[in-house]
Design a protein around this ligand. Sequence first.
Ligand code: GLN
Length: 512
Amino acid sequence: MSDWMKLSALEMGEALRSGKVTSAELVEASLARIEALNPSIHAFLAVDAEGARATAKEVDELRAAGADLHLLAGVPVAIKDNIVTEGLETTAASRLLEGWIPPYDATVVARIKEARLPIVGKTNLDEFAMGSSTEFSAFGPSKNPWDLSRVPGGSGGGSAAAVASYMVPFALGSDTGGSIRQPAMFTGTVGVKPTYGRVSRYGAIALASSLDQVGPAARNLADAAALQDIIAGPDHRDATSLREDAGSMTDALGESVENVVKGLRVAVIDEILAEDYDEDVRANFERTLKKLEDAGAEIIHVSLPSIQYAFPTYYMILPAEASSNLARFDGIRYGTRWIPTDNPTPTVNEVMAYTRDQGFGVEAKRRIIMGTRVLRAENYDDYFGAALRMRTLVREDLEKLFEQADVYVSPTALSTSFPFEREVKSPVEAYLNDVATIPANLAGLPALSIPNGVDAAGLPTAIQVVANQREDARLYSVASAIEELVAEDVVECRYLDDYSVPAPARADREGK
Ligand code: GLN
């Protein structure tokens, strides 16, 4: 029997509809692969075999009875572990939430259940989605299926690694500064951050509420579009949810490259391109740009000086919002409680302090401290206030950019996947890896990453495409043309039974 996990999500849906496979078989194939590969890749923090099997059984019975089912009913999916799932442990990769069984579903999860996709488990991340490598997960890092000595990116490295290693065809992530897009690049997969408000944040454990957005991770754009179509749309439980109909991303795909690209105005922002990219990341980006130009796109080079300040602005706003969002995890109102061992009669404040000390990892502590500093009354105007004003400038400049361009593009991250320990040893260097992805979060723009080649070591590179607010459909349409244009440059992650001895895509791995 051929291995079903090689199929894309849409192909699985088709195989289900034509009766070639049952959902039960797909779920077993997914669970078997997780069981075989998770010990080395560690993409999953929790596996829900029972829940996934129950949904599969239901789908198979309904299908047998001739019920009208969703296109993807019965196709296995995974959920990043900072998105709450009723009855299934949700930890945000923090010891503070270890063992927590949520009493309700996030809206995106409820919608996935409504479409009857079996949820096979919860994927690993940096604690509370703070990080770029999953090394800040309290439960140990995930590994990159392309090379187990390297990180899968972060914070959504678990979802990206699960998708890249064919444990599931697609998964949900969350993106506050690049946590869906950067892992997509590192693992040679597709990652999409929809327009802010397009997808409900209800039940997504907040990192920085004004930046967070839930979105899909997949191995191709069509699967990402299909998943976004399930989760997007208005939600009265999220006050920042856009009220209008989300439209169909799937319908935005499938136009000919010529139709999409001819006359397309593609901006390149000097200040984003001036960053310190790996040579191959830059070379592959230039190659893709050339292909767009040859296909009839107009490449517009623009200077947006405010973009230089997007990075420091983000690292004021994110810690400020994070410190306020994480304040609830004090062991009194919320989260696991630690009682000081050497103090039998602690005060409430002592319990809270001890709980936070024991419960939060080093990166979470770093950001909480940064955030409270930024928010102190005597600093507020100089730091947080200044960052808010800067954010407005960035947003206005980008708005103006979209008067003369349809999309802007950049490499997704400065470097391809890096070895373990780098982020832990020099966090600021790792922060910098997000310079290209952060502006879209500050301005609420829809943005995605698709693979566009490999570097000399055989590790995937990617191009980021960003569109104007609410233009998610255009984003998908342009990206799908690019996906076709770069198809010959892209190497897919190999379908292996054992990723511990990955064969590099190219022989030359020296000097990396
Ligand atoms: N790497 C970024 C950070 O650490 C992205 C976080 C995210 O998008 N959740 O802040």
